[in-house]
Write a protein that binds this ligand. Structure first.
Ligand SMILES: *Cc1c(COP(=O)(O)O)cnc(C)c1O
Length: 427
């Protein structure tokens, strides 16, 4: 069934480290080997053995309208007829910037980059430049791309300094990243009190999506806002995942809490490599060439990427979010019914079209410690059953499903039936 994919992976491993260009694609966390794809259309992806899948990953979020959406593809084709890059200014850069400013409540000015990683790295540099402070606070289990300052884990016990979470990250860098617990405002308050004059920024996924989906508890985001005000630190919402996904204005619109800086990516590129960071004009104006904080990019604001991105943003009307909510709610309800009927120790967490089916004895996952207890073996089995029934899920328990508007009623029916079978097979 996966013969060609298995061969393709052997070949890839000869020339690419681990055979992939991004680790999660290797299917290691589901104890398997990757499927290689050749095309996508709407809600479906087809692999090189011609197996068809309903795609519940949407390239990790970007494809909110599904694969090969005609409006988006034709905008890319039309733009490319005039060339692919100039390394110079184009008007479409201003159009997309204006669109982002209109859509995202706290963003007054915005700078385009090429990935989410670049956006978060640049945002903390800017926050440090703005505050003249050095340390940042991040949360266990939140992911902000692979910048050195973010590949940091909590020190054990009394050690409040962060430790490198990857060889190659120096202790010196690690000491400037302090680690707090998601949904635990006291842990943040303590770090602020212990380092009161030196916290440049708090960076947070306002809805955590990289330990499975974990919602912020009621007042958590507002209390972060209050602490940042009190200690004159920059609050950064990393909305690379949630931006344009949970609402047109992202999580900050949904929860009504406004950060100083916002990082964006994924959907903003319409399937091409784009990231962005934006926020208060007073802070953004510190960027070169207007100010002293340096950041640049040869292909930043690339016309093809801007064109795809602007087309997507223009398509994001309110009814898109209603549609996504309907699709996602039907799947959640169907799966919940299956969980009860099969007496599986599992539950679903969902915000709009982001959701995770957690295999756990707990009925809620609130932070990274909870997430560490998840039954990842069971997830791996579930993943493989679903794959065999033509459902492509994230190849890790610690990731969200990202549903697209291309998913139709037949797909939903299939998703619910396969889920039931897969849960039964777990027994
Ligand atoms: C995906 C992601 C990133 C990194 O974006 P890349 O484009 O993969 O570099 C950063 N932050 C969050 C919240 C993400 O989900």
């Amino acid at each position: 069934m996966y013969k060609k994919s298995i061969n393709a992976f052997s070949e890839a491993k000869k020339f690419i480290p681990g055979g992939v260009n991004s680790p999660v694609r290797a299917f290691k966390s589901v104890d398997s080997t990757p499927v290689f794809f050749e095309k996508g259309k709407g809600s479906k992806m087809i692999d090189i053995d011609k197996n068809e899948y309903i795609d519940c990953v949407s390239s990790w979020g970007p494809l909110i309208f599904g694969h090969a959406n005609e409006t988006i593809i034709s905008s890319i084709i039309e733009t490319s007829k005039n060339g692919t890059t100039y390394g110079a200014s184009t008007e479409i850069e201003t159009l997309i910037a204006k669109k982002i400013v209109d859509m995202v409540p706290s963003v007054e000015k915005v700078r385009m980059v090429n990935s989410g990683t670049e956006a978060t790295m640049s945002a903390i540099r800017l926050a440090r430049g703005y505050t003249n402070k050095e340390k940042i606070i991040k949360f266990s289990g939140n992911y902000h791309g692979h910048g050195d300052s973010f590949l940091i884990k909590a020190g054990s016990g009394a050690v409040t300094l962060g430790l490198p979470d990857s060889p190659g990250v120096t202790k010196n860098i690690a000491k400037d990243t302090l680690i707090a617990n998601f949904n635990n405002i006291e842990s943040v308050e303590k770090l602020f009190n212990d380092n009161s004059k030196n916290i440049a920024a708090v960076i947070v996924e306002p809805i955590a999506g990289n330990m499975g989906l974990v919602k912020p508890q009621k007042t958590f985001l507002q209390e972060l806002r209050n602490l940042c005000n009190k200690f004159k630190s920059v609050l950064i919402f990393d909305e690379v995942m949630t931006g344009f996904r949970v609402a047109a204005g992202g999580a900050q619109e949904l929860y009504g809490v406004h950060p100083d800086l916002t990082t964006l990516g994924k959907i903003i590129g319409g399937g091409l490599p784009v990231g962005a960071y934006g926020g208060k004009e007073e802070i953004m104006n510190l960027l070169a060439p207007e100010g002293p904080v340096y950041q640049a990019g040869t292909l930043s604001g690339n016309p093809l990427a801007m064109s795809a991105g602007l087309t997507v943003l223009n398509l994001l009307e309110n009814k898109v979010y209603e549609k996504l909510e309907n699709i996602s709610k039907k799947i959640e309800d169907g799966w919940n019914k299956n969980i009860i009927e099969t007496k599986t120790k599992a539950h679903i967490a969902r915000v709009g079209s982001m959701m995770t089916l957690f295999f756990s004895d707990k009925n809620q996952i609130n932070n990274y410690n909870d997430a560490l207890e998840l039954n990842t073996m069971q997830y791996a089995k579930y993943f493989k059953s679903m794959l065999n029934m033509g459902v492509y899920l994230p190849p890790s328990q610690y990731e969200c499903l990202f549903l697209s508007t291309a998913i139709d009623d037949d797909d939903i029916d299939h998703l619910i039936k396969s889920n039931k079978k897969a849960l039964e097979e777990l027994k």
